[in-house]
Design a protein around this ligand. Structure first.
Ligand code: UTP
Length: 455
């Protein structure tokens, strides 16, 4: 509810949504604080917070159209040429979501500041930014690099980039914008507080990037610059490519509103979102929405129905996003039960409650044309979610090391490496295997330990 200057109207509005408790003690706040607080209460869409999302049913689920490895190979030349011409014409931007709370990682600093390179100790931000730099140099265009932060990570992220001279990228190329926040609720759906005059809010999920892209003016700017495709990446996958002419070419050739990269599941029970078709539209169904029987079900050909897992990499058509923005589309909220730290009875206490987030893949069912593109897991996927163990900095570094060792082996270098040895190839030297093979000059024939190749 906007422009709610009338205190009575606000009180009535909050009462209607069972949030009257938020006005208790308001009179004791300093005037400036009170103004900010009341304005925030007035702008929140309380209705959407109470609205229960209907999850997809598994009723009429079929396979999504996926360009599998065979089709990729057959159409490689055609698709890469299309993608290359889009890069060369300045029609491609990269959008990296780097907000969120990194709860599982347990660090308050932005995830991107974490060192995550096998040898150099470069941060995730540096690794991702250098891929954009390498791409920009290769295609001789300053590829726009949009970085979505959260209000909690925005300042630190900007300072980090500034302290490192934007990792070599031009200033107007790197475009920061912040996602929104959503109130966290207690088990009775009442908004929680984090202190007097302060709501307890969480970043609004990676899906927040859609609204934030529009609100910040960045989508309009991309359109005015002639950008047609947005390569969407998540900061915490250190192997995610941004230089992928085949993907961009596939999106263009298939005139897709959205392209989703997919992985063949490692086993039927792998905990991923699945790209499927429901009725006439594609959608991602999370494993949490399925029973084990559904997850393992097979079609008449014996293939897994939920065969393709999504590692959260997309290519979005700018026209598609602009069309949604023009009709005021808003992604729905998903709620998940979490232990939360809230200000209750004059002190911070741990309570069970609801965190609300928007998911980027909920845009997929809005797309008239959606396709999947099969990728090789080892080439593109090394996520950092946890502090230790699976999907940790250590496991991602190990995967990156293995990828670089694989490139050297493919170039004919003999590798006799002890387990602790670490290989790293900077994106400034080569950001993809084919670039590496094209540039490699045979400077070493054999490796028996650590090796680091910068530009
Ligand atoms: P995750 O879903 O893994 O969330 O994010 P997270 O906040 O990083 O970690 P947890 O779940 O609290 O442990 C996947 C990607 O989406 C971004 C993250 O930066 C990461 O790149 N993200 C997530 C946002 O940008 N904003 C959000 O609100 C949530």
């Amino acid at each position: 509810m906007r422009n709610m200057t009338d205190a009575f109207a606000l009180a009535e509005h909050l009462a209607k949504h069972h949030q009257s408790h938020l006005l208790v003690g308001v009179a004791a706040l300093a005037e400036a604080e009170r103004t900010v607080y009341l304005a925030r209460l007035a702008e929140i869409d309380w209705l959407e917070l109470h609205h229960r999302l209907t999850l997809h049913t598994a009723g009429d689920v079929g396979p999504a159209r996926v360009l599998d490895q065979g089709e990729r190979q057959r159409r490689k030349v055609e698709l890469e040429a299309l993608g290359e011409s889009a890069y060369a014409a300045g029609q491609v931007a990269v959008l990296m979501v780097a907000g969120g709370q990194g709860t599982r990682l347990g660090s308050t600093a932005p995830k991107g500041c974490l060192p995550a390179a096998p040898h150099s100790g470069k941060s995730i931000y540096q690794l991702q930014a250098e891929k954009v730099l390498s791409l920009s140099r290769r295609v001789k265009k300053a590829v726009p690099f949009l970085v979505m932060t959260s209000p909690m990570t925005d300042g630190e992220t900007r300072e980090f980039f500034a302290a490192h001279s934007n990792f070599g990228l031009a200033k107007e190329q790197v475009r920061f914008f912040s996602q929104g926040t959503v109130p966290s609720l207690d088990q009775q759906d009442r908004a929680l507080m984090s202190g007097p005059g302060k709501l307890l809010e969480n970043p609004d999920g990676h899906g927040g990037c859609f609204t934030a892209l529009v609100k910040s003016g960045n989508l309009a700017r991309l359109r005015s610059e002639g950008v047609k495709q947005i390569v969407y990446i998540q900061v915490d996958n250190i192997l995610v490519p941004v230089d992928d002419a085949l993907m961009v070419g596939a999106a263009l050739a298939e005139k897709s509103d959205v392209l989703t990269k997919v992985l063949e599941k490692a086993n039927p029970d792998e905990k991923v979102g699945h790209l499927v078709k429901i009725g006439t539209r594609d959608a991602i169904i999370e494993y949490t929405e399925l029973t084990p029987e559904q997850t393992r079900s097979r079609n008449a050909q014996g293939d897994l129905v939920y065969r393709w897992g999504s590692p959260a990499m997309h290519c979005w058509s700018v026209d598609f996003l602009a069309g949604l923005a023009d009709r005021g589309y808003k992604l729905p909220l998903h709620r998940s039960g979490k232990p939360l730290k809230a200000w209750l009875d004059g002190k911070i206490q741990e309570v069970k409650g609801w965190k609300n987030e928007r998911f980027i893949f909920d845009l997929i069912p809005e797309a008239k044309t959606s396709i999947g593109l099969a990728i090789d897991r080892d080439d593109e996927f090394a996520p950092i979610k946890n502090a230790t163990g699976v999907d940790s900095p250590a496991s991602a570094v190990e995967l990156a090391h293995r990828q670089f060792a694989g490139w050297l082996a493919a170039a004919g270098v003999k590798l006799s490496l002890p387990p602790a040895a670490r290989i790293e190839i900077s994106p400034r030297f080569a950001a993809t295997k084919s670039q590496f093979l094209a540039r490699w000059d045979g400077r070493v024939k054999e490796l028996t330990g650590d090796y680091y190749l910068e530009e």
